[in-house]
Design a protein around this ligand. Structure first.
Ligand SMILES: CC(C)(COP(=O)(O)OP(=O)(O)OC[C@H]1O[C@@H](n2cnc3c(N)ncnc32)[C@H](O)[C@@H]1OP(=O)(O)O)[C@@H](O)C(=O)NCCC(=O)NCCS
Length: 268
């Protein structure tokens, strides 16, 4: 078992040891601007009851999550102390998965499902959901959600189709799973669906009932099936009528985010 006083640096190190490449086709933003890690010092370890072995939660004094683990081993769930989200976490037959839920996460359930192994789910500071399901399938796929994303009702995010498509010329597997990244401050409208291998750009808006199959540009709105761009250079605010401070604030945040990303990509 890990030492209970796991520090933030140690947490990062542990995650990187466990996931040397955190998901296919996904750059690793964890710990960077917009992807803050929970303060591990404030949290306590609990063993999660299951029929498997070595399943642990590192969380606050009153965890609001329900767990359902079956035939699952070596899983780690980290839930920051300060959040009010009532979620359900299903881990079925999965090994070596990890979940990180940031502070100030609110509203209604976040359902997380792990179908295979070596997954990582991260839900950043201040994200909200009104019943969203995040399902990971295909070994090594991850879902990373940057801070302040807003998921409406009946949102589905899935890194794998869960059944194989075969090329009848040569038997090749055509629909392999791939990770999904939500950059910070994304609004996913009612009944939206996000499919494997996409990045949803900072500040973007996804219209009701859209099925997103390709990357979404930063500060754009997309809609339809498959989703296409309907506006550029737009973003959103949680108030129904944007307050006058919202526009410069989101603009500044977007610029800071883009600058940090350029720096990080350059460094990498
Ligand atoms: C995506 C959305 C936010 C865009 O609003 P908007 O910027 O005012 O967009 P408009 O109504 O001007 O529509 C722009 C174009 O996109 C199309 N469009 C908008 N929303 C669409 C949707 N959900 N699906 C398909 N097409 C859509 C419009 O038909 C229009 O196409 P056109 O230019 O060919 O006529 C909005 O249409 C939407 O989906 N709202 C629902 C939000 C929601 O789920 N709220 C729940 C609470 S979180």
């Amino acid at each position: 078992m890990d030492h209970p006083s796991l520090s933030r640096a140690r947490l990062l190190q542990k995650i990187s040891e466990k996931f040397p490449t955190p998901g296919q086709r996904l750059r690793d933003p964890l710990g960077g601007f917009g992807y803050e890690l929970p303060e591990a010092e404030d949290l306590v370890w609990r063993e999660i009851p299951s029929d498997g072995a070595n399943n642990w939660m590192l969380g606050g004094p009153n965890p609001s999550y329900q767990f359902n683990l079956h035939n699952a081993n070596n899983n780690l769930i980290v839930v920051a102390a300060n959040n009010t989200c009532h979620g359900q976490i299903f881990i079925r037959g999965s090994n070596n998965t990890a979940i990180l839920i940031g502070p100030e996460v609110g509203n209604h359930p976040v359902n997380v499902q792990f179908h295979h192994s070596d997954h990582l789910f991260y839900f950043g500071r201040g994200c909200t959901s009104n019943t969203a399901t995040f399902a990971m399938g295909g070994d090594g796929t991850s879902i990373i959600v940057g801070e302040d994303c807003m998921f409406s009702a009946f949102v589905d995010v899935m890194t794998d189709d869960l059944h194989g498509i075969i090329d009848m010329k040569n038997g090749a597997h055509l629909n392999t799973g791939a990770s999904i990244l939500f950059e910070p401050h994304v609004w996913a409208g009612l009944s939206t669906m996000f499919l494997k291998g996409i990045t949803v750009g900072f500040g973007s808006i996804v219209g009701a009932k859209s099925v997103v199959t390709r990357d979404v540009e930063r500060m754009s709105s997309v809609a339809g099936t498959p989703a296409v761009t309907v506006r550029r250079d737009v973003s959103w605010t949680r108030e129904r009528i944007p307050n006058p401070g919202a526009h410069p604030w989101v603009r500044q945040w977007a610029e800071n985010f883009a600058a940090t990303e350029r720096e990080r990509t350059h460094e990498g």
